[in-house]
Design a protein around this ligand. Sequence first.
Ligand SMILES: [Fe+2]
Length: 241
Amino acid sequence: MKNLTPGLQRLVGLIEKDQEHITVKKAAELVEQANITAGDLQPWADYMHPVKEGYGRNLAYHTDKFEIMIMTWNPGDFSSVHNHGYTQWGAVQVFGNVMHQVYANTGEKFSLTKKEILPYGSITKVNNALIHQMGNVTTKPYLTLHIYGANEPHQTVTADMKIYELETGLIRETQGGAFFNLSDEEAPVVGKMSLIDKETFVNQAAILMQYYCRYSAEEIRERRLPLLEQLENMVCDKIGI
Ligand SMILES: [Fe+2]
């Protein structure tokens, strides 16, 4: 593991001093107090990550109670829609203007509830119930800092993170990144999604269409056709998915 930079050292120091019971609110406050800069994240930047992986991710530090990850977002990079495993408290600080979408799963309907741009430097609270998606719709790459923690020790705090695959209606479980198009081996199917709101599906289909451009011409066609068909069915109210 690389040596921690001054900003991350301050963050680790603050968390370890405050280990009693960290709440989501406290986690965001500690990140703010640590006064981290984009330069503090640079050693873990991964601008050359495989394009099909959607974004770069590197673990900077971990204990059995929390982990610090640095994500790299090139223009057009997007995560899939996901939650956060065992995470009880967490925060994300962005070092770029980040596209952020928040979803609600009532059990009866799955829908997009918020679409926003997180401005440079802002800090967002994260817990396991948060279902969201991040992406870079700007023309420049940038990094984001992610801290995920639990108050009881756990082998991997973000283990068993769920991915909500709107295009298939399946829920997958991953021990790694929240990428699109993960195979059954990489992310086994653990459930089915509830009914997906129409506008939510249309919004996600546009993101996926762009993501598919990362494949070869033949693969793009193979992936786009079923998605277009689903889009047609959904928009025309023929059948649900
Ligand atoms: Fe996340």
